[in-house]
Write a protein that binds this ligand. Structure first.
Ligand code: C5P
Length: 329
């Protein structure tokens, strides 16, 4: 039998974190969600999601954030694997291993990324070759941010954030992330946003011309000015010290800064790698954030990096590490 015909023993997908360069939040809908007009960008912080056939469904989470992630059936990666199995009529349990580098409950969609990785890896492990549209539909069922984790790059999101259109922008951007010391719950941040805006007329959200112009030009200074997030006042209301984090970044060379998604991570745009090191040092020295990470964006969405196949478990590379290069630490 040729190695191409041998089913893989395990498959690994690499998945990126996201930030929202712009996040416009419309009125609360009857289904509990909000209409969004958002611009996502995938950034070079990654989780690796590996799946292998097992007697029973199971999950292991490795890395510095492992204690913060449920290692049971409520994990979004596990729900993704089971949803695909159900949809495709597969009866082969898998053990999922997540090597986590994306901060948890941070507004960077790490859980959504793991779900996208599990869909892609299980699809390959089970030899399904599902049409892209099927994976996208399942992704949207799992969560508003999961379809973008599959797509990556830079994209406009509408609906509840799950309807995507790639943005053909220019430029590679250098980001510095000030991590929070306590996570924020996405539903709580949206609820706080509604509370702060109660009594106000909230317009239907629409992307700004300034953001689109900045992305088309690839000019980091314009992009820094155009960054905006309607959830930021809510995140600041729930964690007022984030004001100081924002001020510290803007006082130390950032071209712009904003709370990432529902927070509490604060993302700062800088002009180059040297500035990113300077800002990381300044944020660390000021003591305003318990951790700092750096990454570039945009990077590609979920993709397979390895499939260990054949009786002796030979490794077959099915992709590279993407434009982000090696994993950050
Ligand atoms: O879709 P997902 O499960 O990630 O959403 C988590 C929560 O975030 C929702 O239950 C809802 O409270 C809030 N949300 C929202 N409007 C959106 C996306 C998320 O209100 N467009």
């Amino acid at each position: 039998m040729s190695s191409a015909a041998t089913p893989p023993l395990s498959v690994t997908a690499r998945v990126p974190a996201k930030i929202n360069l712009e996040l416009m939040v419309g009125p609360l809908r009857a289904d509990g969600y909000h209409h969004l007009a958002t611009v996502f960008q995938a950034v070079g912080l990654h989780d690796d999601v590996s799946v292998e056939p097992a007697q029973d469904w199971g999950i292991t989470v490795n890395g510095p954030y492992a204690d913060l992630v449920p290692a049971d059936g409520t994990n979004l990666a596990m729900r993704a694997a089971r949803l695909l199995a159900r949809t495709a009529g597969v009866d082969v349990p898998v053990h999922i291993t997540i090597d986590k580098d994306i901060p948890v409950a941070a507004g960077m969609a790490g859980g959504s990324a793991d779900a996208a990785g599990a869909l892609l890896a299980c699809d390959a492990l089970w030899g399904l070759s599902s049409p892209r549209a099927t994976l996208e539909d399942l992704a949207a069922e799992l969560g508003s941010d999961v379809p973008f984790a599959l797509l990556g790059g830079t994209a406009m999101g509408s609906g509840r954030g799950d309807r995507l259109a790639p943005v053909l922008g220019r430029g590679r951007y250098t980001w510095v992330f000030a991590l929070g010391d306590q996570g924020l719950s996405t539903p709580e941040v949206y609820a706080e946003c509604d509370r702060l805006r109660s009594g106000q007329r909230v317009p239907e959200p629409a992307p700004s011309a300034a953001m689109m112009t900045a992305l088309r030009s690839g000019d980091a200074v314009s992009l820094g000015r155009a960054l905006s997030n309607d959830l930021q006042p809510a995140a600041l209301s729930l964690q007022p010290h984030l004001e100081e984090v924002l001020r510290t970044g803007l006082d130390n060379g950032a071209l712009g800064g904003l709370v990432s998604g529902s927070g509490p991570t604060v993302a700062f745009l800088v002009s180059d790698t040297e500035r990113s090191l300077d800002l990381a040092v300044a944020l660390t020295a000021s003591g305003v954030a318990p951790g700092v990470k750096r990454a570039v964006g945009p990077v590609r969405g979920a993709h397979l990096i390895t499939a260990a196949s054949g009786p002796r478990g030979s490794f077959v590379s099915t992709g590279n590490t993407g434009p982000s290069g090696p994993r950050s630490s």
